[in-house]
Design a protein. Structure first.
Length: 98
């Protein structure tokens, strides 16, 4: 398990499953069954959609077991705010600068 890329979080959208699937399905990240499951099979539940940009793949994946040394707790199940120094460490490693 490792961090293989970084992205900028541009937008967080809250809405109903059908609305969000219709809006974002062209991106091809999730199938309808995944969205419906995220809504706990209830079309009236609100769910979150995250829109990212500027994704950059790392040439050297950052091992998850090294996150503890940076005081970043696991599991990473959603976007997580990190400090500038934490990001710099991960980014430098991922780009092969360290």
């Amino acid at each position: 398990m490792s961090i293989k890329a970084c992205s900028r979080l541009e937008e967080v959208v809250i809405g109903k499953p059908k609305e969000l699937f219709k809006r974002f399905r062209r991106l091809g990240v999730f199938q309808w069954k995944d969205v419906f499951q995220a809504a706990k099979s209830d079309l009236t539940n609100d769910i979150l959609a995250f829109r990212f940009s500027m994704t950059e793949r790392f040439c050297k994946p950052f091992p998850l077991d090294q996150l503890e040394a940076l005081d970043i707790r696991q599991p990473l199940l959603a976007p997580r705010r990190v400090s500038d120094s934490q990001f710099a460490t991960i980014y430098s490693y991922g780009c092969g600068l360290t």
